[in-house]
Write a protein that binds this ligand. Structure first.
Ligand code: ARG
Length: 464
């Protein structure tokens, strides 16, 4: 199949072989940025007219045709196939088909090197806002679940060993804080993405007296990427974006892991509705938490994208190298995966019920409140280290005699320290342990209520 004319054939005596073109074409991926490509071209052409490099009439005709091409692509009327090399080529070729030689003036004072950097930055701005919306949605579900399960207490874990009683709401809102930082991180990345690279041309700038600042302004950027070589050479903005998404995926994956564990018969703390779980093709009894497992699994893709792009970039001399075209796989891949996972996770969570009774069963007959006893002794004047040792002996005694701490008589307790008194036994109640917490940000219901109010305020005011 003969391919359509590429943008650079003048000095060549042979057409690019089909094999080479198929290998090197990026259009299958970068067609996802067609809107950004057209938007950038329109801003460029308007600037060229203001700078008197094109006439106003020429710019108008080009702009109208570019808009029409956008509609064609929107409606699947323009074939974006491998023979077009990339989205930039496809749009320019179509433009020339539509308005003849005038179409060839669009590329004055720019190169695909700065064009692709612009398209990516525009695309990432949109992607960031979309991911932020999904983060807020997830935080809202967390808040809803935290309020709904406010009275539920559960064993908190360290090292996967039962540690201290906490409110389930406290556990859930820990994730609200993590996702909040993910949200902020995207804002930080946005700031650095939001600089305009166009007008750097291939690497050295251009001999035309263009006005880069006006293009930046028109496209809503906070100024230009100053150095033309920097503008076309680096992909740090994209690496940073993928790093931010990786952290979000890591958070989602931890949460997913907890849902997987909690859905097991061994824990049985959580039950996800049938509509969000799957069965086994051989074992009729199975109900598997596949959605959570897939979120956990897909984190690997995004981490892979980060290493992928870092590795692509690490050996590249300035300025543009074609290797950089490979950035599309991690850019679109990370965006799609993070978007999907945030979206499904909100749904999984809405459709997951937590079992207050099961949590409570696990709070009995264990030593989750041992720290309370130690703290009690400290308040009676003992050094914490000694109190820790004395309480440790109580625990060892219970284990040895298969007793639970709550059943020990005062006499028995006082064998370990004469500082224990009638009030010390009440400390062993998990609810008491929770309410006894005094520090800011602790798991006492008073502190957790403050968190709920805090998140309500933040999430209500958030306009994304
Ligand atoms: N498709 C290319 C990419 O994504 C566009 C830039 C091409 N530049 C070039 N000098 N061949 O990187």
């Amino acid at each position: 199949m003969a391919h359509t004319k590429l943008l650079w054939t003048g000095r060549f005596s042979q057409p690019l072989s089909e094999i080479a073109l198929r290998f090197s074409s990026s259009i299958e991926l970068d067609k996802e940025m067609y809107r950004e490509d057209i938007l950038g071209s329109i801003a460029h052409v308007e600037m060229l007219a203001s700078a008197k490099i094109l006439t106003a009439a020429e710019a108008r005709r080009i702009r109208t045709a570019l808009n029409a091409i956008g509609t064609e692509i929107e409606n699947d009327k323009l074939a974006l196939t491998w023979d077009k090399e990339d989205i930039h080529t496809a749009v320019e070729q179509r433009l020339t088909q539509k308005i003849g030689a005038l179409g060839g003036k669009l590329h004055t004072a720019r190169s695909r090197n700065d064009q692709v950097a612009l398209d990516e930055r525009l695309y990432l701005r949109g992607a960031i806002r979309e991911l932020q919306k999904l983060i807020v949605q997830l935080q809202r579900v967390l808040l809803y679940k935290a309020e709904k399960n406010f009275s539920t207490i559960m064993p908190g874990y360290t090292h996967m060993q039962r540690a201290q009683p906490v409110l389930l709401s406290h556990h859930l809102l820990a994730y609200a804080g993590m996702f909040e930082r993910d949200f902020e991180r995207l804002n930080d990345v946005y700031k650095r993405i939001n600089k305009m690279p166009l007008g750097s041309a291939a690497l050295a700038g251009t001999s035309f007296a263009i006005d880069r600042a006006s293009v930046a302004k028109k496209l809503g950027f906070d100024g230009i990427v100053e150095n033309s070589m920097d503008a076309v050479s680096d992909r740090d903005y994209l690496i940073e974006y993928i790093a931010a998404c990786s952290i979000t995926m890591m958070h989602l994956s931890r949460f997913a892991e907890e849902l997987v564990l909690w859905s097991s018969q061994e824990f049985a703390f959580a039950r996800t509705d049938d509509a969000y779980t799957t069965g086994s093709s051989i074992m009729p009894q199975k109900k598997n938490p596949d959605m959570a497992e897939l979120v956990r699994g897909k984190a690997g893709r995004v981490f892979g994208d980060l290493v992928n792009l870092l590795t692509t970039m690490k050996g590249l001399p300035l300025a543009y190298n074609r290797d950089m075209q490979e950035d599309k796989v991690p850019m679109f891949g990370t965006t799609a995966t993070t978007r999907q996972c945030l979206f499904i996770f909100s749904h999984i969570l809405v459709h997951t019920q937590f079992d207050a009774k099961r949590f409570e069963e696990e709070l009995k007959n264990d030593f989750l409140t041992a720290t309370e006893l130690a703290d009690f002794l400290v308040k009676k004047g003992m050094a914490f280290r000694d109190a820790h040792a004395a309480t440790g002996k109580v625990v060892a005694f219970c284990i040895q005699h298969q007793r639970s701490m709550a059943d020990l008589t005062l006499d028995e307790l006082q064998k370990f320290s004469d500082k224990f008194d009638v009030s010390s036994q009440a400390l062993l109640d998990p609810r008491h342990s929770i309410e006894n917490k005094k520090s800011a940000g602790s798991t006492s219901s008073q502190e957790v209520k403050k968190q709920i109010v805090h998140w309500m305020r933040i999430l209500k005011a958030r306009k994304v």
